[in-house]
Ligand binder design. Sequence first.
Ligand SMILES: Cc1cc2nc3c(=O)[nH]c(=O)nc-3n(C[C@H](O)[C@H](O)[C@H](O)COP(=O)(O)O)c2cc1C
Length: 209
Amino acid sequence: MAKPTIVNRMRVLILAAHPRTVQSIAQRAMSRALEGIAGVTLRDLYALYPDFNIHAETEQEILLAHDLIVLQHPFYWYSAPAIIKEWLDIVLEAGWAYGAGGTMLAGKYLMTAISTGGRADFYHAKGRNRFTIEDLLAPFNQTAHLCGMAYLAPFVVYAARKQSAGDLATAAESYRQLIEGFARGKIDPTEHLAAGYHLPDGFKRRHAL
Ligand SMILES: Cc1cc2nc3c(=O)[nH]c(=O)nc-3n(C[C@H](O)[C@H](O)[C@H](O)COP(=O)(O)O)c2cc1C
């Protein structure tokens, strides 16, 4: 008989970033799919900080109240829209998130949830975009590691705007099931680590592993 896994409920913070929400199709579908899930907080960074004046203390307090942080955004120039970078620069302070005494995020989880314009087969060493999505997301993977966090496999909706309404709805539903599974403690996040990811010492210490 399979051993039952004991998984804890997680408080999930979705940091959603789309500079033109009015024109969004894919990201909007993803955000809508999460509506009404208990334990999930969605913050629209461009709506909260239209002038990029990100308030570090507020964001840090919110981070402390959550276990899983999801960066949800369209894939822009093989990375994230600018406000995600600004958020990282301003919020993940030395002595708080990393460096001497910077252990406030240790033991938490980080995940990226993106939509792309390019098809899945473009993201391959021999494909049009030459690199895999995992290669291109390496800075987020390493940021998580530096902060003592577990970095989960990214959730990706490829060729998002070329999908039929039905296929996009199916992708959004898969996203909902994943996030709801984490929030309800039905999915073990340590089973969803990014390929080849080794848990940092800070994470192991926090969980007494
Ligand atoms: C400024 C900009 C940069 C983009 N860069 C990429 C990219 O590097 N790779 C890619 O696959 N798609 C790229 N795209 C396409 C978007 O990722 C895609 O249209 C978006 O994820 C669809 O979601 P939405 O309907 O919510 O906008 C880019 C789009 C824009 C506007």
